[in-house]
Design a protein around this ligand. Structure first.
Ligand SMILES: NC(=O)c1ccc[n+]([C@@H]2O[C@H](COP(=O)([O-])OP(=O)(O)OC[C@H]3O[C@@H](n4cnc5c(N)ncnc54)[C@H](O)[C@@H]3O)[C@@H](O)[C@H]2O)c1
Length: 503
């Protein structure tokens, strides 16, 4: 159970402690932040509201710890990461329980998130020893005007202290996807978990603690993003920010100093359906893509752009599948569970009302109880409706009927987002042309958008982000190239098998 067994150490009374300098600590603020269970809408957990002074201390120890960590052999760093991964997987049940209670993630998906996170940590350790185990050797005579008088040795060096800020919807997976690459590359890390999801993240951090990482190397400071957020992101001790979330990321990018940024932000992933598409395949992908975790995924299908001639048939198939979705608490492993907060539910309701006023066709009755919103398909959505452009982050999916492929591409590209998109057709040549025309970081052919598998590159264009994620990309992003150039007094060439060089 959460907060018991090995995790009893992270709890003080009924308040979860924050982690810094290798220890679980109470904040001197005396204040706590309540974590509301989205299902019961009552306080489920409490975490420390850290002060700016405590953030400063965490930054200082991160800086000190990084210096010796960077001198720790790569294989030893990898070994510790493998150990943390195993501990994480061993304790999947209590961590999954937190995900169920804090963010209403369906029980089975919650377990999957923890196991996937353990796998991600191990994979990153392995990928890291290969990527970081290689450098480059360049010779100068390939560039015009140069003789072979310079040998350039390059290797990848750490950046320093990485600030990691994940969102609520994958508080464990999107935290380890920053922690593991940072650590394998020789960086230290300060984690600011989302409020909803903080306790899952603290349990996950304890697994790293139990693995025996040096003190100060990882810390986890809790508190309101609005209170310590700016202080963290503008902190002079931070050498790189890896952020996943919504528009907050755009504001952070503008405020952050001259440091590398990895920003994975919102999306409005379009699903373009051509006349020759396998409609059963499309319908099941729309259900999986649009409604799993109640639509609260960055890569959820967020708008369907379907050719008019097949729209009626597709809508019928999707409606039939929606009717089979179970709606209820995450503990019962329902398909549709309460959305993360009341304000999120209110926002979704605002989009639904706007669509109603402007004449969208409701394929089901709109139904809401607290934070629980029943799955809703809105047909005949038009570009003047907010739902055509905004990210509901809930189980509401708009369908826009199109009369040409160009119309679909135009709608996709008119969005300020450019995370992923998908195209359904049996004509692979058309699919490639459409993929090239869509201004998104990834296009899925004949499948719903998805971030995984976690070693695939993952990136957004436009307001959807800066940089690229995925195991290898994150490792590279959290390093910098360092060169050492050996200068020879005279050119030196090797002849190989042909004879002896004249010395
Ligand atoms: N592209 C991706 O990889 C990806 C993945 C998952 C979610 N998302 C996006 O995340 C959003 C949903 O997540 P959310 O509601 O947690 O996003 P959010 O932007 O509200 O919050 C993200 C994180 O930022 C923190 N934060 C808030 N204010 C801050 C500040 N001033 N300074 C520093 N940190 C601050 C939050 O506490 C949280 O940890 C959606 O828009 C979704 O599309 C994107």
């Amino acid at each position: 159970m959460a907060g018991t067994g090995v995790f009893a150490e992270i709890l003080d009374g009924d308040v979860y402690m924050y982690y810094a300098d290798g220890e679980w600590k109470k904040s001197s603020s005396g204040k706590t932040v309540a974590i509301i269970n989205p299902t019961t809408r009552k306080t489920q957990y409490k975490v420390q509201a850290c002060t700016q002074e405590e953030v400063n201390k965490a930054m200082e120890s991160a800086k000190a710890a990084q210096k010796s960590w960077a001198k720790t052999p790569l294989w030893k760093r990898a070994e510790l990461l493998h150990k943390a991964a195993a501990i994480l997987k061993e304790h999947k049940a209590p961590i999954a329980e937190c995900l169920v209670k804090e963010i209403a993630k369906p029980a089975k998906d919650a377990v999957t998130e923890v196991v996937r996170s353990g796998d991600l940590v191990s994979y990153t350790a392995e990928e890291g020893v290969r990527i970081l185990g290689e450098g480059k050797f360049l010779v100068s005579d390939s560039f015009p005007g140069n003789e072979r008088t310079k040998y350039c040795l390059t290797s990848k060096i750490p950046l320093g202290v990485i600030l990691a800020i994940p969102p609520f919807n994958y508080p464990v997976n999107l935290a380890v996807s920053k922690i593991a690459p940072a650590l394998i590359a020789g960086n230290s890390l300060v984690l600011k978990p989302p409020t909803q999801g903080a306790v899952s993240a603290l349990h996950m951090v304890h697994c790293f603690h139990l693995a025996g990482f040096p003190k100060g190397l990882i810390s986890c400071v809790t508190g309101k993003g609005s209170e310590i957020g700016d202080f963290l992101t503008m902190h002079p001790g931070v050498n790189c920010i890896s952020f996943t979330g919504g528009d907050t990321g755009i504001a952070i990018s503008k405020k952050a100093g001259m440091i590398p940024l990895q920003m994975e932000l919102g999306g409005k992933d379009a699903c373009i359906v051509l006349e020759d598409a396998d409609l059963d395949l499309v319908a099941s992908n729309i259900i999986k893509g649009g409604f799993s975790y109640s639509g609260q995924r960055c890569t959820a299908v967020k708008v369907v752009l379907v050719m008019e001639s097949v729209a009626d048939a597709l809508v019928e198939k999707v409606k039939a599948k929606i009717a089979k979705l179970t709606v209820g608490p995450p503990e019962d492993d329902c398909d549709i569970t309460p959305v993360v907060s009341e304000s999120s539910a209110n926002f979704i309701e605002g989009l639904v009302k706007d669509a109603k006023e402007k004449g969208a066709t409701f394929c089901q009755d709109y139904k809401r109880d607290g934070n629980l919103i029943w799955p809703l398909l809105l047909d005949n959505v038009r570009p003047d409706m907010r739902i055509a452009w905004e990210e509901p982050f809930g189980p509401v999916l708009p369908i826009i009927r199109i009369n040409s492929i160009e119309e679909g591409i135009h709608h996709c590209n008119a969005s300020n987002f450019g995370l992923q998109g998908s195209v359904f057709t049996k004509d692979v040549n058309k699919a490639i042309l459409i993929s090239d025309a869509m201004e998104t970081g990834t296009v899925q052919i004949n499948s719903a958008p998805a971030r995984g598998p976690d070693h695939f590159p993952f990136q957004g264009l436009k307001d959807s982000g800066i940089g690229s994620q995925g195991v290898a990309n994150s490792i590279n992003m959290m390093t910098k190239i360092k060169s050492t150039v050996i200068n020879l007094p005279t050119p030196s060439y090797t002849i190989g098998n042909g004879g002896h060089s004249k010395l």
